[in-house]
Design a protein around this ligand. Structure first.
Ligand code: CIR
Length: 258
């Protein structure tokens, strides 16, 4: 089964990215590009076929493709990002996905960022955040409930997206910052708490047998390793300055037929 990782090159305008919880700090664009290339290489090393969209100088945040769509086996839901500056990111992502899935689109006044959607099997947890509103959650539910998914709204506080606060780091384990989301929201899985000193540490990307994980959270990385989770540690400092993390730089989906 072939897994595609859809990515997009770092925009030369990334310094003008949206920021909500972080102070603006200078971003080294060349280093960001290099870190992104290493990220893509990690995806390849785990067996993904990486397909990269060209950089777009008019869309500062467009490297964060996760926010533009949510891909299920049955349908790709094209998001409507909560930040107006990011809305034009979705068209090229929709074009890239159209060959692989029927498309369903989130429409105004709804907003939804893919970073707010955490799928665990057929349970779809959706953060209600500054980026994703209740109408966005309802439209996502309308698109995927007919395919057997159950959509659960989740309250999130203190961070950008649900997946800033919780991600799946093993088939049965959610890594979570319980100050930002109540872990009781996730039924039937084990919860591993981030190290207290590392509030931003809850975002890891499971791919193949490993977890792509930022090198900037060593204490939480130790907790993951103690659970037997194998980590591919990456320095993503420049992407983190743009309030990005590791899930947000790719859209992973299985090729069902081509
Ligand atoms: C934003 O504020 O939209 C971007 N600067 C960061 C988006 C990160 N996306 C994600 O974690 N899914």
């Amino acid at each position: 089964m072939s897994v595609v990782a859809l990515t997009r090159e770092v925009s030369p305008a990334i310094a003008r990215c949206e920021l909500v919880h972080l102070e603006r700090r200078p971003i080294d664009v060349d280093l960001a590009r290099e870190q992104h290339r290493v990220y893509e290489a990690a995806l390849r090393s785990e067996g993904c076929e990486v397909r990269t969209l060209p950089a777009d100088p008019s869309l500062p945040d467009s490297v964060f493709v996760e926010d533009a769509a949510v891909v299920f086996d049955e349908v790709a839901v094209i998001a409507r990002p909560g930040a107006a500056s990011r809305r034009a990111e979705t068209e090229s992502v929709a074009d890239a996905l159209a060959a692989h899935r029927p498309l369903s689109r989130i429409a105004a006044p709804a907003t939804l960022d893919g970073g707010d959607v955490l799928r665990i099997g057929h349970s779809v947890y959706v953060g209600e955040t500054g980026r994703t509103n209740r109408a966005g959650i309802d439209q996502l539910a309308a698109a995927v409930t007919p395919h057997g998914y159950a959509v659960h709204p989740v309250a999130v506080r203190g961070c950008l997206h649900l997946k800033s606060a919780a991600t799946l780091v093993a088939p049965d384990t959610v890594l979570c910052n319980s100050r930002w989301v109540d872990p009781a929201a996730f039924a039937g899985v084990q919860v591993l708490e981030v190290a207290h000193e590392e509030p931003g540490a809850a975002n890891g990307l499971m791919v193949g047998e490993r977890l792509i994980y930022p090198s900037s959270f060593p204490r939480t990385a130790r907790r993951l390793a103690e659970r037997g989770i194998e980590i591919l540690s990456l320095n993503v400092s420049e992407l983190q300055k743009a309030e990005g993390a590791v899930t947000c730089c790719s859209l992973l989906f299985t090729i069902l037929s081509e």
